[in-house]
Design a protein around this ligand. Sequence first.
Ligand code: HAM
Length: 425
Amino acid sequence: MSISIPRGTQDILPGEVEKWQLIEAKARELCEKYQYQEIRTPIFEHTDLFSRGVGDSTDIVQKEMYTFEDRGKRSITLRPEGTAAVVRSFVEKKMFGLAGQPVKLYYMGPMFRYERPQAGRFRQFVQFGVEALGSNDPAIDAEVISLAMNLYKEMGLTQLKLIINSLGDKESRTAHREALVNHFKPRIGEFCHDCQNRLEKNPLRILDCKQDRDHELMKTAPSILEFLNDFSKAYFEKLQHYLTQLDIPFEVDANLVRGLDYYNHTAFEIMSNAEGFGAITTLCGGGRYNGLAEEIGGPETPGIGFALSIERFIAALDAEGIELEVNQGIDCYLASLGEEAKDYTVGLLQQLRLAGFSAERDYLNRKIKAQFKAADRLKAKYVAILGDDELKNNKINIKNMATGEQVEVDLGSFVQYFQGLKGEK
Ligand code: HAM
C-alpha cells in the first residue's frame, strides 16, 4: 500500500518552489533595508510557552496545537506561530540588554496548526514574520505595517486592503471587557458552548467566534473604540497619522480582534480584494503585544510585529493573475557526439560551473536531437556541441539559441568565450 502525504500539508515541487524562493528573497531584501535581522528558533517549544503567550482561551491553544509528551515526559508543542518563541528568546538571551534598541527581528519557517484544511488553510504552513521589541513609538507600528505592504506591492499585488483597530491599553480593555460581559450575559444561553466559557474567561474572544458570528448581539456589541482612554486614543491617532504620511490607505474596523490573546493597542490585517481569492481573505495579521515579555518571565517590554504565510501570498498572486519570472534558463547546455567527446564534457561542465555559469549535460545517453530537446526544456541560452572530430582538433561549436548563430572556438578558450559574453551584457 502506498503512503500518502498527511492532510493539510503539501509538497512544493520544482516549478513552484522558485516562487517561494523569490518571495523569500524579497522578504530578506526588505528586512535588510528596514534593518530587521534574522532569528531562528526551534520548531518545537514547551507547551506552556503557547498556553501562556498565545492564551489559554484561544482556538489555537484549545483546539489546534500539535502537542505531545516526549520521552522525558515533558509536554512539547510544534510551534503554531512565531511571536511567543521570539519573545522567549528575547527574554532568555537578555536581548533587552543589547546596545542596539529596539531589537528588530524576522523569521521564516514552518508553523503547525491542527485546523480544518481548505483553500488557504494548511496544517503546516510557512510564515514570514517580523517583531520589533523595545519601542513604544507608534512610528514603529507604522514601519511594521509598511514593511508588509511593501513586500506585497513589490511582488506585484495591487488589490490589497489594510484594516486596523486599537485594542487599547489595560485600562481601556478592562472597561470594554465589563461592557461586553454586561452585553452578552443576559442571552449567553443562545451562544455556543465555547462562547459560554469565554464570557468569564475572555469575552473579547466571543467576537471572534466563527459559529455565532451571525447572532444579533454580535452586531450590537460595544466597540472597543468607545472605551479607549486618552492615552490609547492618542496612540491610535498617531498611528493613523503616520500611515497617512506613508501613503498607506487603511480602514478602521472596530470588530477586528485577532485570534491571539497577547494584543493591545494596534491590531491590523491585510486582506486580498482579488476576485476569486476564496473565503479566507486575510493575507497577513499582526499587532502590538506590550506585556507578552512579562508574561513569559521577562522585563516589561513593548513589542509589535506581523506574520504572513507564503501559501496565502502565492494564492493572492495567482488570484491577481501575476506570473513570477521563475525560469530564467541556463547559460549553456553541453551536447556531445561520440564516446570520447561525451567523456570530455564531464570536465568541461565543471569548468563552466566553477567559472560561475549554470550548465548542464546529458546523463541518459541521448542522441544529439534529444540533447537539443533537453536544452530547449532547460531554456539554454547557448548549446555547445562537441563531437569526437572537433575534440581531435581542439575545437568546439557554440550555438546562440536566440539568434541561431554558431561559432567555432578553441577548446582551450571555451570558458573565456563565455566570460566574454558576460562582459558584453
Ligand atoms: P495569525 O493571524 O494567527 O497571527 O497568523 C498570521 C498569518 O499566518 C495569517 O494572516 C495567515 O497569512 C497565516 N496563517 C495562519 N494560519 C494559517 C494556516 N492554517 N494556513 C496558511 N496560512 C496561515 C500570528 O501568527 C501572529 N504571530 C502574528 C504576529 C506577529 N503578531 C505579532 N507579531
